[in-house]
Design a protein around this ligand. Structure first.
Ligand code: LER
Ligand code: MN
Length: 281
């Protein structure tokens, strides 16, 4: 049985909302893993979060998203350096929390689609991922590059593009992070794309086509499970649903209506659904 988790931003309204009480909410809903958005690592009380994880008997996974001030693909050297420094702090945070991975948009700025210079930016991303991979290796954390839909990113929209990038970065500490919401938009066939990622798959987000919790849309979960089983995936399955239109989180994820009447109940149904339909690989 694969461990099932939930991204804690499910319950956040603003990005700086305290994560600590959300660990218990994830556990009460039936999850094994709490996924932390590591957006401002230096502001987090990591020791306290780790103590709460241990107290609740919960595992951790971590993700982040670069922005235009911290972008390892930027033409501006100081912005690239800020990006690497942010990745270092995120890797250190992941190690303290006991997360085996740092996933998310860790290669360009999330949501930024630069009009030009994309070839140069790709080269900078590769160069700095190689540097970040050495830091990741030092801490025993895998960097997992999230393949994103075209409206949120430009560098890797498909598994094929992700694999091409991985080949150029060429580090055993860099893998792919797939997310069923993005796969549903970009891939011809979700299960085939998971098989194509194969042993390069390091992290997995479970979410419906409409960004509701798994089980409330039309993602072919049986096919997802079979593909994960076939490739021998042994990482976490993390629910990453966004259901609340309020605040910074709702705005950033383009949620304009409520996608869950009772978010706590929906979280519980997601944990049950994933354990029953997907985690038994
Ligand atoms: C955003 O679309 C997403 O899927 C997140 O995992 C990015 O960090
Ligand atoms: Mn995701």
């Amino acid at each position: 049985m694969l461990p099932v988790g939930i991204h804690l931003s499910y319950w956040q309204v603003n990005w700086q909302d305290d994560l600590q009480p959300l660990i218990g909410k994830a556990k009460s809903a039936g999850f094994d893993v709490a996924e932390f958005p590591i957006l401002e690592p230096r502001k987090l009380n990591l020791k306290n979060l780790r103590r709460t994880l241990d107290h609740e008997g919960m595992l951790a996974s971590c993700g982040t998203g670069l922005d235009t001030k911290r972008d390892i693909s930027s033409p501006d050297l100081s912005i690239r350096q800020a990006g690497v420094s942010h990745l270092r702090a995120c890797i250190e945070s992941a190690a303290i929390l006991g997360s085996p991975v740092l996933g998310g948009v860790i290669y360009t700025a999330w949501g930024d689609i630069p009009p030009k210079d994309r070839k140069l930016r790709r080269a900078y991303a590769i160069e700095n991922l190689q540097i970040a991979a050495m830091i990741a290796e030092e801490y025993g954390v895998y960097l997992c590059l999230e393949v994103l839909n075209r409206f949120e990113g430009w560098l890797i929209n498909t598994v094929e593009e992700g694999l091409e990038l991985l080949a150029e970065v060429n580090s055993p500490f860099v893998k792919l992070h797939l997310d069923t919401f993005h796969l549903n938009i970009e891939e011809d066939d979700i299960a085939s794309s998971i098989r194509h990622a194969g042993e390069n798959l390091g992290h997995f987000h479970c979410v419906e086509n409409n960004r509701k919790v798994p089980g409330r849309g039309h993602i072919p979960w049986g096919q997802v499970r079979d593909a994960l089983r076939e490739i021998g995936y042994s990482g976490y399955l993390v629910t990453e649903a966004f259901v609340n239109p309020s605040g910074e989180v709702g705005n950033a994820l383009f949620i304009w209506r409520s996608l869950a009447d009772d978010p706590d109940l929906e979280a519980r149904s997601a944990a049950e659904f994933l354990k029953r339909e997907v985690a038994n690989v």
